[in-house]
Write a protein that binds this ligand. Structure first.
Ligand code: MG
Length: 160
């Protein structure tokens, strides 16, 4: 049976942090703040995969109070989501995601992001869609106070 999931995440932009999106370090004046590497795109994708499986969200598996995940590369969260999917005998059909950022430009990095995400999930590159949009200067994203990402996933689960 095909199940779908949804994922959403947001992190604040601050001085003195690297900007990591989809496992790519993007040159920028500020980076996303968070307990891990704050990769908002990988976090949203992690939640959509877990959501499609009917599991709890990323924070349940990797609490931000746990020092083990301080500064952790978020690909380990995706690898864990893929492992949980494997335990459930689920096959990831596709992922689609949108990064919402006023700056910097995301598009030049999309191919590398797809590569990193596909590799962490153990799926073919063609199954990963990554898009980006600005927020037309509106709201906290438009003021460059943060970056958000949303994602959907479809998975093939054995019939319950
Ligand atoms: Mg997050």
């Amino acid at each position: 049976m095909v199940h779908v999931g949804i994922g959403y995440d947001v992190h604040p932009l601050v001085e003195g942090r690297k900007l990591i999106l989809g496992g790519v370090e993007i040159p920028h004046t500020r980076g996303l703040d968070g307990h891990s590497d704050a990769d908002v795109l990988m976090h949203a994708i992690c939640d959509t995969v877990l959501g499609a499986l009917g599991e709890a969200n990323i924070g349940h598996f990797f609490p931000n109070t746990d020092p083990r995940w301080r500064g952790a590369p978020s690909k380990i969260f995706l690898e864990e989501a893929a492992r949980v999917a494997g335990l459930r005998e689920a096959k990831l059909i596709n992922i689609d995601a949108t990064v919402i950022a006023q700056a910097p430009k995301i598009f030049p990095h999309v191919q590398e992001m797809k590569f990193n995400i596909a590799r962490a999930l153990g799926i073919n590159l063609q199954r990963v869609g990554i898009k980006a949009t600005t927020n037309e200067h509106l709201g906290f994203i438009g003021r460059e106070e943060g970056i958000a990402a949303m994602a959907v996933a479809s998975v093939d689960l054995p019939q319950a």
